[in-house]
Write a protein of this length. Sequence first.
Length: 293
Amino acid sequence: MAPAPVAFSRSASAAFGIAGKKDVCYGALDQRADASRWSSSLSMIRCSYLLSGLLICIVSCTSMSVAQAQAPSDHQDVPTQTDGTTDHHGHASGRWEGSPEGIAYSEFSHHFTGLCDMLFGFAELGHALQYPLPLWTRLALPTILGVVGIYNMIWSDHDAWPIGSLSFADTFFGQDREIIEHKFCGVLAMAIALCEALRRTGRVRHPAWAAPLVFLTLAGSLLLFVHSHANHPGAARIDLHHAVLGTVGVIAGLSKGLASWLPGASPQVRKRFEVGWGGGVVLFGLLLVLYSE
């Protein structure tokens, strides 16, 4: 009967040995998981620092633009012609800026852009609220922003290239800051559309590809604070409207950035920031639809 305790002792030792190996394996896995979480947290912290730094740079550039905006531009100070000749904006009976035709043209552009923003804003808001939307709605933002960008590049100003009398060089490198800013916004929209199309179709997967949407949204929103129609009879009201638009745009852009990179944020917190992003885009579009000169 002596071999029985020996067999039991061996089996117990083997069982304890296996358990010990499992504990070692689990410990190694826990260490790897901790290292992975630490690396992810460190990466998010670096992204948040980068977001803050670039935002400071954008604000600094905007401040310099404000100082330059105090100087009159050709777009604002062209003498009014009353003898039937055309001015810088090509209106045959005086200034285009503030004329019935000019107002109608400008308001249509703002209303069209606002409707487009509301469309993809509702899609973004629906996904943030986790509504069962069709898969193709994830491409609403890049598709619609691409349309907005192309529209601005072609029809932002009636006298600018390619539909007006100004050449390509005069349009993009001339002295008319208002036209240049309109075309710049078109470039921003198309850049965001391209990056988001690549990201949402899975062509690119690195988290850094979310940055263009955030930073270019902030850049375009801050530009609104210095975008002026000073030669317009209703310039003060238009500037106030642009300031409100810029504020809403900055809040929406920051919400998207925090939803993407806030360190240690829970899914519920990220969802709230995503809702803030979608709601901000919808409100931005609504303000454009209500735009009036």
